[in-house]
Design a protein around this ligand. Structure first.
Ligand SMILES: [Zn+2]
Length: 416
């Protein structure tokens, strides 16, 4: 699989996650009866089953008969889900939500949702039973999931590590034998200076090797590298091209940080915040620039549900641009005279009545599904790439608000 395809499927997975989270956020249980379980990837499934079984028997002490039944039903449903897994959960772990939710009119409905392989690893096992589902840890992961390399150094010490999403991960450190500025008696000043420069050069090489070992294998996933330290160390290090050239190209900036121990990695992330945020949006910005340019100059652009859909079916769309914050379904209507029409409806709203715009007859609902699923299925069939666009910049916000969150960059002008 190419990197682009991997990126697209990761975007897709994030979209699915957001959708489930948004759904779960809405739910409330009457009483403490919604169960959430976070399972790290190294936790044995049999351990989790044992824990759930234990909770099930403890739930027998719940006084309210209805709450007791609901909690026990939720736990049984979770155990059923766990049967699908062998020894361990999938990579990065998983989260299971289950409970009886208020479905209006005094009715309750049992729902169970499983989210596998979140963007960041589930860090610890959590069992949570409350009147709402525990979604904050997942929301936190969704906020940001880039991978950045971190290097801090001065002439005595260096640390390298990762920024994964919002998490700083120190990995390796080195310390140098560079002598201080004071020379010992009897040594010639010239010889001392030469030895000192040699020692500094050796240390820079050692730091670069340490960073190369860590980051070169990940260079295709890497969103960028930040380098920090006092002046002029970090400048000498970068200007001297010590790093592998592919890493050197990924450096987003150099930043002043006072410490070069592990805490320096955290300071570096704070100092480089703006560069990091910009980098995350670079690709999205480029896509939107291209869309607007095509729209204004050559008509090789499309937007809105119906025209974009038609272009997709024709195979004329090079890239489908969907807003990350789309929350709509597409409804397919058909009238008695066989006219088919498509409209978008907010995901949480009921399906409205519809009159055929061609003949005025009342139309029936043929189908209702997530608009992203609907369009991406056509795009996949036609070999069209899908890009999800953030709303964290002006033109991304415009895609959502002025173009309904749906647009396309065309391969050629179609007049649709
Ligand atoms: Zn009609």
């Amino acid at each position: 699989m190419s990197t682009d395809a991997e990126e697209a499927s990761e975007d897709r997975r994030k979209y699915e996650f957001r959708k489930v989270l948004e759904e779960l956020e809405e739910f409330e249980g009457s009483g403490t009866q919604l169960v959430t379980i976070y399972i790290p990837e190294d936790r044995q499934i049999s351990d989790v089953v044992a824990h759930v079984t234990q909770e099930h028997s403890e739930a027998a002490n719940i006084k309210s008969k209805q709450t007791r039944t609901n909690v026990q039903d939720a736990l049984t449903s979770i155990k059923d889900r766990l049967r699908y897994y062998d020894t361990y959960p999938p990579e990065n772990g998983m989260v299971i939500f289950s409970g009886a939710i208020d479905s209006g009119g005094g009715q309750t409905e049992m729902i169970t949702r499983t989210l596998e392989s979140p963007p960041d690893p589930v860090e610890s096992f959590r069992y949570h039973c409350d009147s709402d589902f525990l979604i904050e840890p997942l929301e936190h992961m969704m906020a940001d999931s880039g991978l950045f390399g971190l290097i801090v150094l001065d002439r005595r010490e260096a640390n390298v590590g990762w920024l994964k999403g919002k998490r700083v991960e120190p990995v390796k450190s080195a310390s140098s034998l560079v002598p201080g500025k004071q020379r010992k008696g009897g040594q010639s000043a010239q010889r001392f200076a030469r030895l000192r420069l040699e020692a500094i050069d050796n240390f820079y090489q050692e730091v670069a090797e340490m960073a190369d070992d860590l980051m070169v294998p990940k260079r295709h996933e890497l969103d960028g590298i930040l380098v920090g330290g006092p002046s002029p160390t970090k400048d000498e290090f970068l200007d001297g091209d010590y790093l592998h050239h592919e890493l050197q190209d990924k450096v987003l900036g150099k930043f002043d940080v006072a410490y070069t121990d592990e805490s320096g990695l955290y300071d570096l992330v704070d100092a480089g915040q703006e560069a990091l945020a910009d980098q995350e949006l670079v690709e999205d910005k480029e896509q939107m620039e291209e869309f607007f340019e095509n729209l204004h100059t050559g008509n090789e652009a499309t937007y809105g549900l119906v025209p974009t859909r038609e272009n997709l079916i024709m195979g004329s769309v090079d890239r489908l641009l969907l807003s990350e914050d789309l929350t709509e379904d597409v409804v397919v209507y058909e009238c008695p005279n066989g006219h088919t029409e498509y409209e978008t409806v907010e995901r949480r709203h009921n399906t409205p009545d519809h009159e055929c715009s061609e003949c005025g007859e009342p139309a029936e609902v043929q189908e209702r599904e997530d608009v992203v699923d609907h369009l991406m299925e056509i795009a996949d069939q036609r070999g069209t790439e899908t890009k999800f666009i953030s709303t964290d910049f002006e033109k991304g916000e415009q895609l959502l608000n002025a173009f309904g969150g749906i647009a396309g960059i065309l391969r050629y002008e179609t007049g649709v």
